[in-house]
Design a protein around this ligand. Structure first.
Ligand code: NAD
Ligand code: GLY
Length: 368
């Protein structure tokens, strides 16, 4: 099978010097030899997936890789954010070492952000670094987590706290695999698409507003544009600030509040994208209360999130609990929480805020 003639494959470059790579976006890419051409071959390949995604897609990927690699091994990890931990990460090393895989082995991360983050981190560490390819199968992973080289596992005291910057050799986004994604997961991915509008591109925010119904209906051309524009914006930011010295933090719009929701309720109670969606509403509210953003942005984001099927009412937690959870955020400096705020159309900044104002912003959108 080749890529659909009506949906040409889009390539978005990530310019990072010798670590540069392309993101392929299109239909039918999993079964298209062009998706894999030019990648490191010959040695062993390990497809790292999970117990949900592997039965759907791993054999198709393995068939593509069979002629390119000496052996194509597969590993299905347990599914869920709760397993994004050191014990599960070790299963990847067990498989690699048990099979005698050398440092030329290529890892293929076939799954959502959890698999991508774990397989990427395993690739960064195994024999001090082996190549890996991201094959993201959730919308969230296609527009965000598979791109830009952040890899990590969770620690009981904080999310994504143990990890590395490690770039993939390629990202292959086959839009067709999104057909099997549960509706709640699809909505979670839309949160990360919406995110790119307020932080970087008012025109894209208008486009999302006009095309949200098509996106929710999983219309392929609409999805292709959403994934392409999201990846272009992320590529632009990562190309300027790969290791998050400053600018890259704007990609975490909504995440400081969102991580507090995820950690506060226990990983998995809210999906990451759901927490980010609600977190964006809180961050926009904070921006408005700081006098930086128009209050209309708050209601616009709230409306977009609702239409995307995302929760917009934050869980009830005491203000002190929110603040202590947010102090663990990686953007915090010397115990001072730093928030991504919107300070103009398509413009974001990172700054601290008074605790009282943060508490007010949370209270304005919380369950009683
Ligand atoms: P996920 O990986 O848990 O996938 C969501 C669910 O969908 C899982 O049950 C999975 O098995 C299932 N699934 C995946 N693809 C499917 C398909 N095509 N059909 C049917 N089911 C499918 O969640 P996610 O939302 O993709 O990723 C969230 C993770 O990504 C979090 O751990 C978050 O921290 C991380 N993340 C990382 C970055 C980064 O830059 N590295 C950015 C954003 C998020
Ligand atoms: N998802 C935020 C980043 O990649 O920096």
């Amino acid at each position: 099978m080749t890529a659909s003639a009506t949906l040409p494959t889009i390539r978005v470059p990530i310019a990072l010097g010798e670590r540069s790579y392309d993101i392929h976006i299109g239909s039918g890419l999993l079964d298209d030899p062009a998706s894999w051409a030019g990648l490191p071959a010959s040695a062993d390949a390990l497809i790292v997936s999970n117990t949900t995604v592997a039965p759907l897609y791993a054999d198709r990927l393995a068939a593509q890789l069979a002629g390119r690699h000496r052996r194509v091994l597969q590993l299905a990890l347990p599914d869920g954010e709760a397993y994004k931990d050191a014990a599960t990460l070790n299963l990847i090393y067990d498989r690699l070492l048990g099979a005698g895989c050398d440092r030329k082995t290529v890892l293929y991360a076939l799954g959502g952000g959890v698999v991508g983050d774990m397989a990427g981190f395993a690739a960064a560490c195994y024999m001090r670094g082996v190549p890996f390819v991201q094959v993201p199968t959730t919308l969230l992973a296609q527009v965000d987590s598979s791109v830009g080289g952040k890899t990590a596992i969770n620690h009981p005291l904080g999310k994504n706290m143990i990890g590395a910057f490690y770039q993939p050799a390629r990202v292959v986004c086959d839009l067709d695999v999104l057909d099997t994604l549960p509706a709640r997961e699809f909505s979670a991915g839309l949160a990360e698409v919406i995110k790119y509008g307020p932080i970087a591109d008012p025109v894209f925010l208008d486009w999302i507003d006009a095309n949200l119904d098509a996106l929710v209906a999983r219309d392929k051309p609409a999805l292709a544009h959403a994934v392409q524009r999201s990846c272009e914006i992320k590529a632009g930011v990562v190309g300027q600030d790969e290791r998050e010295g400053g600018l890259r933090a704007i990609l975490n719009f909504g995440h400081t509040f969102g991580h507090a929701i995820e950690t506060g309720l226990g990983y998995g109670a809210w999906l990451h994208g759901e927490a980010v969606g609600c977190g964006m509403v809180l961050a926009a509210e904070l921006s408005a209360r700081l006098g930086l953003a128009d209050a209309a942005l708050v209601s616009r984001l709230e409306r977009l999130c609702r239409r995307a099927g995302l929760p917009v009412v934050a869980p009830a937690m005491p203000a002190e609990r929110w603040l202590s959870l947010m102090r663990v955020d990686k953007k915090a400096e010397g115990g001072e929480i730093r928030f991504v705020v919107i300070d103009g159309p398509g413009r974001a900044a990172v700054r601290p805020a008074p605790d009282a104002l943060v508490a007010e912003a949370i209270a304005a959108h919380s369950a009683a």
